[in-house]
Design a protein around this ligand. Structure first.
Ligand SMILES: C[S@@+](CC[C@H](N)C(=O)[O-])C[C@H]1O[C@@H](n2cnc3c(N)ncnc32)[C@H](O)[C@@H]1O
Length: 271
């Protein structure tokens, strides 16, 4: 896998991407709780592969609870930070971090994995590309291995939109970063257009950093289910989360509402 990456990440400069992910590291406790519950219920082992691991928000936390984790990410900056955090937590011996593209997955030190995670880290534009990535992944899994994907689902997005149109405009403050989000939906094309503005804290104020506009197609749950099936995975569980009004508003950001966790098991000895 390539050890350097000059590409932009989802249209962001790598340095900004790193700042955004670093500022959101705190939110991992919430996500890991559900993932750990799924792993305990469904997974036969402790060897985890984290596809698009970012700064190790999930990987490092899982390592502190006894898992052995291999994390892959395009961003060297994020991987360096993930390693640093692992060191600080005293779990360097339980994590392996690799700079690379998970679409080109090759055997990693001859390892096979009990579970693979892909948490809000899409590297596909179509469900055909999605199926091709996870068909390849299946070869790197132990028998009974599971895959956990958290992704935005069209149904979840539409339901949020109908329940509260204000979810199209939202903001979040994570440490020293403020981001303003506007999501527009085109129902004919099933496309969302997102506009995000980023501001960095400057004393008591925030200073504008950049604006990023993106457009992508939202896939439905049934499209993902079909793609997983065609790639050799059997869907076992889908977890959706609601608003928890006892938690600070930041826990209820729209990403949480738009997405779902899908858990599937690798199919062996058949189609
Ligand atoms: C929104 S972040 C999520 C990071 C992490 N999964 C988490 O939940 O904190 C998505 C990450 O996926 C990575 N990514 C996207 N496409 C990738 C690819 N093809 N190969 C490796 N990493 C990828 C990006 O670099 C980014 O750090």
């Amino acid at each position: 896998m390539p050890e350097s990456n000059k590409e932009k990440i989802y249209g962001y400069d790598e340095e900004l991407w790193y700042r955004v992910l670093r500022s959101q590291y705190w939110s991992g406790d919430r996500d890991v709780k559900e993932i750990d519950r799924l792993l305990r219920r469904l997974s036969p082992g402790k060897e985890i592969l984290d596809l698009g691991c970012g700064t190790g928000r999930i990987s490092n936390r899982l390592a502190t609870t006894g898992y052995s984790v291999t994390g892959i990410d395009l961003s060297r900056r994020c991987i360096d930070e993930a390693r640093k955090i692992a060191e600080g937590l005293g779990v360097s011996g339980s994590v392996t971090y690799i700079v690379g593209d998970y679409r080109d997955l090759v055997p990693i030190s001859g390892k096979k994995f009990d579970a693979a995670l892909c948490i809000l880290a899409p590297a596909w534009k179509s469900t055909e590309e999605f199926a091709s990535i996870f068909r390849n992944l299946a070869q790197h899994m132990n028998d009974n291995g599971i895959l956990i994907v958290r992704e935005t689902l069209k149904e979840r997005f539409l339901a949020s939109l109908y329940a509260a149109p204000s979810v199209q405009n939202w903001f979040r403050i994570d440490g020293d970063m403020l981001s303003l989000h506007t999501w527009d939906y085109d129902p004919l094309e099933s496309k969302v257009k997102t506009k995000k503005e980023f501001y960095g804290r400057l004393g008591n104020n925030f200073e504008f950093i950049t604006r990023i506009e993106q457009e992508y197609r939202l896939h439905s749950f049934s499209e993902y289910a079909e793609a997983l099936g065609s790639a050799g995975w059997d869907l076992e569980e889908v977890v959706v989360d609601g608003v928890d009004i006892l938690k600070p508003a930041i826990y209820n950001d729209p990403w949480w509402l738009y997405s779902a966790l899908m858990a599937a098991r690798v199919r062996r000895g058949g189609t």
